[in-house]
Design a binder for this molecule. Structure first.
Ligand SMILES: [Zn+2]
Length: 121
């Protein structure tokens, strides 16, 4: 199980809505299976998630995974997502339209669904 700070999840929801119908993408920072912050990487808005550039990812041991939005209601990983998940990180969030607390799902690096619990600071 991973945990996510409520404020971080609210930021994801807002960002996903702001770039809709494009995809929002960000890295996730945290430790001890707690997602504590968004780490936005360059030039990813509107690109397909699978095309993000690993060479632009800052080397930072606090980065534990990724989040991206799906402009459809489909909030399971695509084949391209699964390939990306396997390259990097331990937890990957997908938020499906219409973007709220109920449309976010967490997956491990093999694409298996994992429990995500929202925590208050
Ligand atoms: Zn995807």
């Amino acid at each position: 199980m991973h945990r996510i700070k409520r404020q971080v999840l609210e930021s994801i929801i807002m960002a996903a809505k702001n770039v809709y119908p494009l995809e929002f993408f960000s890295m996730l920072g945290g430790r001890n299976k707690v997602i504590e912050e968004l780490v936005v990487v360059p030039a990813t808005y509107g690109e397909s998630f699978s095309s993000y550039r690993l060479d632009l990812v800052p080397f930072d041991s606090s980065i534990i995974g990724t989040v991206h939005s799906h402009p459809s209601e489909e909030n399971y990983p695509s084949d391209a997502d699964l390939e990306s998940f396997s390259k990097f990180g331990e937890v990957h969030l997908i938020i499906g339209h219409p973007y709220n607390f109920n449309t976010v799902r967490a997956f491990d690096n093999k694409g298996r669904h994992v429990t995500l619990r929202v925590v208050d600071d």
